[in-house]
Design a protein around this ligand. Structure first.
Ligand code: ADP
Length: 448
């Protein structure tokens, strides 16, 4: 192994997740942290720690110069970006490589292509992935948008090429308000991303969100690790994820997985990636590719037995993929609940001091979290404080175990989404796997 010391350019549970994989491989870790995170668990556990700035992420976790300096001072030879922050910043990836450090992530050119949604859609189409019907590329004029909309049929969605987190996106129900809605989407995109390039897609009425985990060695070999169903979302934020999807048969998994794995092999993709689709009436429609590890990766680990972070580190180190497609087996069922420090039903943030903490345990129960009793959840960052991942031989068994594990979880001092999950795992539609991307928001409305 050439990599001896990894700098983890992230915080929270994912920083801890990377630390754990590294230590299991005999690799040292360097934590970088803001002043607000001086007492964080990953900082305590890492072999070395460097404070890189004040609480604001712009001045700390996004401070590229400070992170590179920290790597040089501590003698790190590789950087793992986690998810969010700099993980999909191709310029940072290039800077890391220009400093003779190993970037534990995809090739910068692939981060760039997939980060531009118009380019990503073109690339995906050329690689043979099924697309949502819509404009062939960016649209310039209102007339062009009208023409595409008329051809696909209303409702349509205008989306920002630079979009992310559901911003810069507007549904257009019919030709009447088209102009004002397009202008709204454009100004939102301009404000959020500094780029108001738009494209148009048919708006799918009631799809599921199904994504495939892929892995490439950067040399033309790639595998898929099956799908995750992340349809339970609120404001485009995933809340509860499972693998496999309740609606995908083994044959369909093998067929679609084969298509995405071939696409990644043809591209020469390196490292972990996720190809996101909407799924409606048995058809897949590509929406985007994320060139990083996902929050929900543990459900895939649970049903395949593959440690995805270890695999990322191995690939970055120039090793081959540790499993072939034929060796991969999908076994059992896994569900992840994202636990946020917020009111479970109004979603108002609830940072503050955790006065008591007891994670769930027992067979097939995993809690990824940097929480401990006495820890103060800072108000500056993402509200996710823990992930509860439960495995079962069957989906039914998994749900039973999840109910039991949720009963055991104790987080006192702040409000959390645990009560939301307790309600979800007792809901008939969730039990039946009968939900789409609209389900959670509609259910929340009927509760009020
Ligand atoms: P972002 O990068 O902003 O998250 P995505 O393209 O991944 O944008 O879309 C985010 C979410 O918006 C999807 O998970 C889905 O809920 C919804 N969405 C996106 N495209 C469509 C579409 N063509 N029809 C219906 N819903 C869509």
């Amino acid at each position: 192994m050439a990599i001896k010391r990894i700098l983890i350019a992230n915080r929270g549970e994912i920083a801890l997740r990377v630390h754990r994989a590294a230590h299991e491989m005999g690799i040292e870790t360097v934590a970088v942290h803001s002043t607000a995170d001086a007492d964080a668990m990953h900082v305590r556990l890492a072999d070395h720690a460097v404070c890189i700035g004040p609480p604001s992420a712009t001045d700390s976790y996004l401070n590229q110069a400070a992170i590179i300096s920290a790597a040089e001072i501590t003698g790190a030879d590789a950087i793992h970006p986690g998810y969010g922050f700099l993980s999909e910043n191709e310029k940072f990836a290039e800077i890391v490589e220009a400093h003779d450090l190993i970037w534990i992530g995809p090739k910068p050119e692939h981060i760039r292509t997939m980060g531009d949604k118009v380019a990503a859609k073109k690339t995906a189409g050329a690689l043979g992935l099924p697309l949502v019907p819509g404009s062939a590329g960016a649209v310039e004029t209102m007339d062009e948008i009208r023409a595409v909309a008329a051809e696909c049929g209303y409702p349509v969605l205008v989306k920002a090429a630079a979009g992310g987190g559901g911003r810069g996106m507007k549904v257009i129900p019919g030709p009447e308000n088209l102009e004002s809605l397009v202008n709204q989407a454009k100004s939102e995109a301009k404000a959020a991303f500094g780029d108001d390039t738009m494209y148009v897609e048919k708006y799918l009425g009631n799809p599921r969100h199904i994504e495939f985990q892929v892995f490439g060695d950067g040399k033309g070999n790639a595998i898929h690790l099956g799908e995750r169903d992340c349809s339970l979302q609120r404001r485009h934020q995933k809340v509860f994820e499972e693998a496999p999807s309740p609606v995908i048969s083994p044959e369909e998994r093998a067929r679609m997985g084969g298509i995405v794995a071939k696409a990644m092999a043809d591209m020469g993709y390196r490292g972990a990636g996720t190809i996101e689709f909407l799924w409606e009436n048995g058809e897949f429609y590509f929406i985007e590719m994320n060139t990083r590890l996902q929050v929900e990766h543990p459900v895939t680990e649970a049903i395949t037995g593959v440690d995805l972070v270890r695999e990322q580190i191995r690939i970055a180190d120039g090793k081959p993929l540790s499993v072939t497609q034929d060796e991969l087996e999908f076994k059992g069922h896994a569900i992840e609940c994202r636990i946020n420090a917020e009111d479970p039903f109004t979603f108002a943030p609830s940072p503050g001091k955790v006065t008591a903490y007891h994670p769930a345990g027992g067979m097939h129960v995993r809690v990824d979290s940097g929480l401990y009793s006495g820890y103060s959840i800072p108000p500056y960052y993402d509200s996710m404080i823990a992930k509860l991942i439960v495995y079962g031989r069957t989906r039914e068994g998994c749900l039973m175990r999840l109910r039991r594990a949720l009963e055991e979880m104790v987080v006192e001092g702040v409000k959390t989404s645990i009560p939301l999950h307790q309600a979800l795992v007792r809901n008939e539609d969730v039990i039946n796997g009968d939900y789409t991307i609209k389900w959670l928001e509609e259910w929340l409305e009927t509760r009020e």
